[in-house]
Design a protein around this ligand. Structure first.
Ligand code: GRF
Length: 207
């Protein structure tokens, strides 16, 4: 596991690293991390904010039920794409500052972040992707892995840059791919590993 390079504050159980989780959908990875943070004795990190770009994301409800502030930040109604992205990120940055966030954890967040944003948060944004990067980046990793006929796939945690799943790799876990796999069966198998790996990586980063 390679977690060096940033100037992230080291967390302590009394002063845990303040994390924000970004989601867009079901948030099963988010739930696994929240559960881990609650159950682990002397955890060096805690989630202080959940952000979703999607108002219907199931994860928002789950976070709120657990008492975690969860905010929906929808894309503003601006025609120009570039301007829309920047305005959206200004709103997000406002919340991150309001909640004193130190580390951003992308967990099924289906938007690319601008170069501006990732420069500001250099080596303080991590993502989990359901393939063994650099293979199969993008939104259809399982479909692409099955189409390529690979016998092994897995998940990757990496620092985020402004590319599509291109930042420095921190850790990976492998899973087998079976001949009768569907997107769903492969995705479920990979998620089991994702839910184990992400908390361990966050521990390393925060500890
Ligand atoms: C995960 O497979 C993650 O790797 C990918 O999006 C999926 C999110 O699933 N980036 P969930 O919303 O956590 O259930």
């Amino acid at each position: 596991m390679s977690t060096s390079g940033g100037d992230l504050r080291k967390g302590h159980p009394e002063t845990p690293l303040r994390c924000a989780i970004f989601i867009s959908g079901t948030g099963s990875g988010m739930s696994a991390l929240l559960q881990y943070q609650r159950q682990r004795k002397a955890c060096n990190h805690r989630t202080v904010l959940v952000i979703s770009n999607n108002p219907d994301a199931r994860g928002i409800k789950i976070a709120r039920e657990l008492g975690i502030p969860a905010e929906v930040v929808e894309l503003p109604p601006v025609e120009d794409k570039q301007e829309r992205r920047l305005k959206h990120e200004v709103e997000i940055n406002f919340l991150l500052e309001k909640f004193d966030v130190e580390l951003i954890i992308l967990s099924g967040y289906m938007r690319l972040l601008s170069a501006n944003f990732v420069d500001k948060w250099h080596m303080k944004v991590v993502n989990i992707h359901p393939s063994l990067l650099p293979d199969f980046p993008g939104a259809h990793a399982h479909r692409d892995a099955l189409a390529a006929g690979v016998k092994t796939s897995g998940c990757t945690v990496h620092f985020v840059d402004s590319g599509m799943d291109t930042g420095p790799i921190i850790a990976q876990r492998k899973v087998p791919v079976f001949p009768d796999d569907t997107i769903e069966t492969l995705s479920n198998r990979i998620k089991i590993e994702e839910h184990r790996l992400y908390p361990i990586v966050i521990d390393e980063l925060a500890g």
